[in-house]
Ligand binder design. Structure first.
Ligand SMILES: Nc1nc2c(ncn2[C@@H]2O[C@H](COP(=O)(O)OP(=O)(O)OP(=O)(O)O)[C@@H](O)[C@H]2O)c(=O)[nH]1
Ligand SMILES: [Mg+2]
Length: 252
């Protein structure tokens, strides 16, 4: 446990953060990766960051290699090819669990949609919860800059997922997630097969079924700062089927 007194009012007991490794998946995030790593270390210098890059053709990994000479808490997991968000995260989870040095993992996008400013609050909630979600759909949260179709798709997807699976979460497709490693160890990670948004639902569903204590911290999700989205019709299609697959799996 690492005390971080910068986030406490004078004379208050310091907020105690769990020892956390932030996983940043990247595919063609060359222009975002340097500023986001600096922004994270500026706010929470004691965390570790693992960038999980799927051999981005734009040279994202080279930027991370250069930065790792400046920041000793930064490492790069370089994977041979693009396999989707789910596979990238599972690879990162496996390495963190094998390593055993961390109390918690935090997943976040590298494009500033998940702003680092929320980290102190999410980590503070992590002291008393197994899972903390940076949530767009809890009171005080929101989305800025998305076209109408994307807002409607995301809002509908959450309502749909909650209704079909019974998960009592406001933001079932969120990717800004703090997870205790002890809770993650209870899951059969080898059984998690989905990718994209479906992976994010499957992970939360597995955590919920394992009895995890959840908190949702409101965040405003903003459009990516630079570069292109990797969302595709395949990712959306898998997301539409995911709640039904999870519900059926839960029954048998
Ligand atoms: N390692 C790895 N990272 C990925 C892959 N696909 C997406 N990512 C990263 O995962 C995060 C989320 O992907 P985005 O493309 O931003 O998806 P999104 O947030 O749904 O779409 P936008 O809002 O349009 O940006 C970003 O940091 C991506 O670089 C992948 O196949 N492998
Ligand atoms: Mg994004």
């Amino acid at each position: 446990m690492l005390p971080d007194s910068r986030n406490s009012p004078p004379n208050a007991a310091p907020v105690v953060f769990p020892r956390t490794c932030i996983l940043l998946p990247t595919y063609n995030e060359r222009d975002n990766v340097d500023p986001i790593i600096r922004a994270i270390f500026d706010l929470v210098p004691d965390v570790h960051i693992m960038v999980i890059d799927d051999n981005s053709p734009d040279g994202t990994a080279d930027v991370v290699r250069a930065l790792s000479r400046e920041f000793s808490n930064l490492r790069l997991l370089s994977r041979p090819s693009k396999e989707g968000l789910g596979k990238a995260y599972l690879d990162g989870f496996g390495r963190i669990l094998a390593n055993g040095d961390f109390d918690a993992i935090l997943t976040m996008d590298a494009d500033f949609s998940h702003h680092p400013d929320y980290l102190p609050q999410i980590l503070a909630q992590g002291a008393t919860h197994d899972v903390v979600i940076g949530s767009r759909y809890t009171s005080g949260g929101g989305v800025e800059g998305w076209e109408l179709w994307r807002r409607m798709l995301s809002g509908w997807a959450n309502f749909y997922c909650r209704t079909i699976t019974g998960m009592p979460l406001r933001d079932c497709t969120a990717g800004y997630i703090f997870l205790r490693t002890a809770t993650l160890r209870k899951l059969n990670l080898g059984g998690i097969r989905m990718s994209g948004y479906a992976f994010l639902m499957e992970l939360k569903y597995a955590l919920w079924r394992a009895g995890a204590r959840f908190a949702e911290v409101p965040i405003v999700f903003r459009c990516r700062r630079s570069g292109e989205s990797k969302i595709s019709s395949h990712i959306i299609g898998e997301g539409v089927l995911a709640p039904w697959r999870l519900r059926l799996r839960g029954k048998f």
